[in-house]
Design a protein around this ligand. Structure first.
Ligand SMILES: [Zn+2]
Length: 290
């Protein structure tokens, strides 16, 4: 059965790249944390719909709210890494990236008691310039990466990058989904794009794309929180962060009923088996029914 890979990047509203200039990392501790309640909404909604997903958890959050990781894991979802400090790989040296990744894996492994196989870079910051990161991921036991957006974008993306799941430098890459309309390659993976597009458009594009590849979607807990503090940002950053928050729960809940969803590790396994490839090098730590 055709399914969509469902994933969440678990971070608080103030962790995003958009806020970096006004709320730097060393001020995070002073901000009102809302990630626990927002993630609990997601867990409750997924449970109601009998859906399992992948949660790329920012380890800075996991360190402060370990019960959040326990709640996600005990509902049978896949836990993966979103790094520790949400620093963009494009702003880090190889050494700094290695340290950030190691720290995140160690925190998440200690909390879950299981190895961490999946990784998503903050703001999709694996680009042509930072492809070296894949090598470091592999060295640290990561089996798949879901950080490359095959689009042209001023802050991230690799235009023309292969769209479907494939192996690159010994890592399985699960690119974020794009689709072509009137000759334009547009992102249809979720996040801000899902908040921006009308619901029918996102649904239609995902449906269409299924004929060509296995779509992957992503969302953030703060995208479902219309009561979060409003920060004075430049207009385009403000738009990017706050557009469509009010209607997002409703749209998301409709989407969950429109398709079948599964954690990314299941999507990879099905993709490989459909091609007659063994499921390895992935060693799936759980069987999720969907
Ligand atoms: Zn993030």
């Amino acid at each position: 059965m055709e399914t969509i890979g469902l994933s969440f990047d678990i971070e608080d509203w103030f962790c995003v790249q958009n806020m970096k200039d006004v709320i730097p990392f060393n001020q995070w501790n002073q901000c009102e944390s809302r990630v626990y309640e927002n993630t609990e909404y997601l867990l409750k909604t997924l449970k109601k719909n009998n859906i399992k997903a992948t949660f790329f958890v920012l380890a800075w959050i996991a360190e402060r709210i370990p019960e959040l990781v326990y709640d996600i894991a005990s509902d049978g979802h896949e836990i993966a890494s979103h790094g520790y400090s949400h620093s963009l790989i494009t702003h880090m040296t190889k050494k700094e990236f290695q340290t950030d990744l190691e720290k995140s894996i160690s925190i998440l492994t200690n909390l879950t008691g299981k190895p961490i196989y999946g990784y998503r870079a903050p703001s999709f910051s694996i680009t042509r310039e930072t492809m070296w990161a894949l090598e470091i991921l592999k060295k640290n036991g990561i089996k798949y990466d879901s950080s490359i957006y095959p689009i042209k974008h001023p802050d991230y993306g690799i235009a023309g990058f292969q769209q479907d799941i494939h192996e690159i430098n010994g890592i399985i890459e699960v690119p974020l989904t794009t689709s072509t309309i009137y000759g334009l390659n547009i992102p249809i993976s979720g996040g801000g794009y899902f908040r921006l597009y009308p619901y029918w458009f996102s649904k239609m594009m995902l449906q269409r794309q299924m004929a060509y590849s296995r779509p992957i979607t992503y969302f953030h807990p703060w995208e479902f929180d219309s009561g979060q503090p409003r920060i004075n940002l430049p207009w385009f950053k403000k738009f990017r962060h706050y557009v469509g928050l009010e209607k997002n729960r409703n749209k998301f809940e409709k989407l969950l009923q429109a398709f079948y969803f599964a954690p990314i590790e299941n999507i990879i396994r099905d993709h490989r088996m459909n091609r007659g490839q063994p499921a390895g090098p992935m060693v799936f730590h759980q069987e999720v029914a969907y």
